[in-house]
Write a protein that binds this ligand. Sequence first.
Ligand code: NAI
Ligand code: NA
Length: 398
Amino acid sequence: MVIKPRIKGSLALNAHPVGCKKAVEDQIEYVKSSTSYNGAKKVLILGASSGYGLASRISLAFGGSKADTIGVSFEKEGNGRKPGSAGWYNNIWFKEAAEKEGLVAKNFIGDAFSHEMRDEVIKYIKEEFGGEIDLLVYSLASGVRKDPDTGEVYRSQLRPKGVSITGPTFNVEKESIEELTLDPATPEDEANTIKVMGGEDWNLWVDALTEANVVSKGFQTLAYSYIGAEITRRIYREGTIGGAKEHLENTALDLNKKLKDSIGGSAHVAVKRAIVTKASAFIPIFPLYATVLFKVMEEKGIEENAIAHTHRLFTDMIFGDKMEMDDKGRIRPDSWEMREDVQREVMEIYKDITVDNFKELTDFARYKRDFMQLNGFEIDGVDYEADVDLEAMAKLRP
Ligand code: NAI
Ligand code: NA
């Protein structure tokens, strides 16, 4: 079957398995040809199949101390007629590449928020992974979470607090901008978003892992946050999602103290830069801001994609000697995005954007390419006219 991209609005409906393979290989190639570091050797990544979680896994396995990794993700399998999700294939190709180099790459597909998943992963660490991990990367992004104790399902809401806001959002399919108005969050929206994207689940994981004694002395854990600047402030940092990120950051402070006292370990949040991922495409205003950011950072020679940014976080900061930490204990690889000159120039361009001129004023082409590449399309070196044997693909296991 020849697979062509299908997009509805800003939702990608299919993935190209062979393109996903090339995208994973390109990321591996990037870290292999960059500076390496002495880092973690036994790593658990929650949210390992795409975005920052996948980039972390690739950096740690191929660009650091050749880490054995366990990845947990929620992805959809394909069949003989229909391809699976991009993350499904990313898991398969990552594992194939890692095993080729003698590394352990174990994938768990299912709900990371459940106690069952914690039990399964812990059992695996004990019985087959050497008994302990030295790093946990928490990189889940989800719109829904089922409370593992009550069974109640919570849905996060991307909304401003107190006021309604109107802002531009992309329609990738039509290559257009649409105005979107968001009503203020209810107190319930705020609480639900914290429940899904805050630190509660991270805390449950760290507690379960430490109680089961499957963490090393000096064990580290890392979760990803975002701050951003003026343009996205009311929808992101001061919105419902920002409330959840604040909760995540406070959880890091609690966990850090707990781990330090008990095993000489640590917990931190790293504030990452804006990139295009599956999750970020749905945040109003954010994608448009990101396209202007790409353009400005490119002009200044400081533009980074997910793998470059994540590899620098590990090389320079987590396992290096160029740590940038703020007074709230947050690690700040986003300092390039936040630079005063960058933000000033982004703002200057952003305020002139209209539905007619946005393709000239922003790097929309780059945004769209990044968006397509998340699902294995528009990747250099892939023959998109070639037949993909979905039957054969369906036999591959993550
Ligand atoms: P993504 O959508 O690329 O990755 C999310 C991962 O979570 C996938 O591996 C997915 O399978 C997994 N997942 C979702 N629900 C799950 C469940 N119930 N059980 C198991 N796995 C599940 O997202 P992205 O953007 O890489 O986000 C990761 C973290 O980075 C998030 O905390 C996000 O807020 C943060 N971040 C993202 C930025 C961006 O610009 N995309 C900027 C700064 C931080
Ligand atoms: Na991720």
